[in-house]
Design a protein around this ligand. Sequence first.
Ligand code: FRU
Length: 492
Amino acid sequence: MSYILRDARKYEEINSRLIAQRPGFHLSARVGWMNDPNGFSWYKGRYHMFYQYYPYQTEWGPCYWGHAVSDDLLHWEYLPAALAPDQLYDRTGAFSGCAVTMEDGRQALIYTGNVDVEMPDGSCLREQTQNIAFGDGIDYVKYEGNPIMDKALLPKKASTMDFRDPKVFRHNGHWYCVTGSQKSCDHDGQLLLFRSEDLINWQFDHILVENKGRFGLMWECPDFFELDGKYVAITSPQDMLPRGFEYHNGDGTLCLIGSADENLNFTEEHDQAIDYGIDFYAPQTILTPDGRRVMIGWMQNWDTSRAVDRRMDRWIGQMTLPRELHLINNRLYETPVRELENLRRNKVEHHGILIDDEIELPDISGRRVDLTVRVRPVEAENLYRKFAIHFAEDADFHTTLSFHLEEEITKIDRKHSGSRRAIIHQRRALTPCAKPGEWSVRLILDDNSAEAFINNGEYVMTVLIYTRISADQISFVCQGKAIMDVEKYDLQ
Ligand code: FRU
């Protein structure tokens, strides 16, 4: 083991003991900084999650791979850091990648080696290659023949500086690998597909998807899988321009739904965002042993990372809840993994509550809660105008999730949730109702995060909030008249 990895393991072991406060059921950085989920996998009977990790400060730095394991996707146990930037080909970062189980029972981590070289004129020359390490679920040894994929494999016009985030999967008896890429001439994003028989020797297969100027520039962190009889490509495009309420400025997420033939030639049929909130990026999926497609994303985003108060603690960065994925009418639906139901305690229900102003309900409060609210109009000719839930609320703070019936817009607003930065604090999504005025949300709060699964998971909005934990009231507001049902559990 390199001294760089050994030092990091020692450092995280000692310094993570000083951390008193963590989310209840979201995976957070063991110490220091966390971004993308990596190597989300099932190995030796447990879920493994690795992540982009810089243990030494609460800022991004040359990336390591942090490591944690879980039986239920909600309670995570930290293992020692798995990879360090300790080779010539990954010396400025062991960037994102994936994990697969090999035929001989070992686990392989396939990741991007990043090398940034500063040029005399101040510019940066970057090279990215794909590399492999073999291990037993705790310790990993990098292959002496690395890199396993380099620029020689790239198709014409693909940038050699931006070739990263391999996701490997098995199909028709072959290994396939999808990577993020962009064209060097115009920075237009694309996903590249490679093929191998042994995980070591790879050849370029074809361009899986081309952006053609539609969604941002460089495409990062792809995944490609079968879901409910279709094929789904997901990726995180950088530098997006907004389009309606679907896509917003900056780094976003994209889901392409379509079909594919035997050879994985993909035909797109539908595109959509994956999460309509503020803090979501770089998701990765797994097929669980019981056949569910489950996705976890980084519950943060590059531009909005400034909102996090780095003075507060020795860690920054957490993952979203694991979400089960489904396709319904060519749309991606996301619901919290069913394991979350095992954490439910103290059920409180209120049915058929008439609301025409602002109300609080008995025993509806908390910052680690699973709250479902269903709203409907009192009568079809008399629709309400706006319905809102305030949460993480006290005299000074509140975060609001509201539904604006006429425009069919759901809005999340975290302006009053402790942020002291001039960044985005609101976001809207178009969330059409199945029937006029019927809107529902399952809202999961875990200290400093809120994940809102709207209309049975058809739209999800994820935000971090910085509100003090004592602000735990929940209230409801209606302009006009509506009826609501509320079901709430504490999550422990
Ligand atoms: C996405 C990303 C990846 C890269 C990693 C570096 O958030 O930019 O493309 O591998 O972060 O930390």
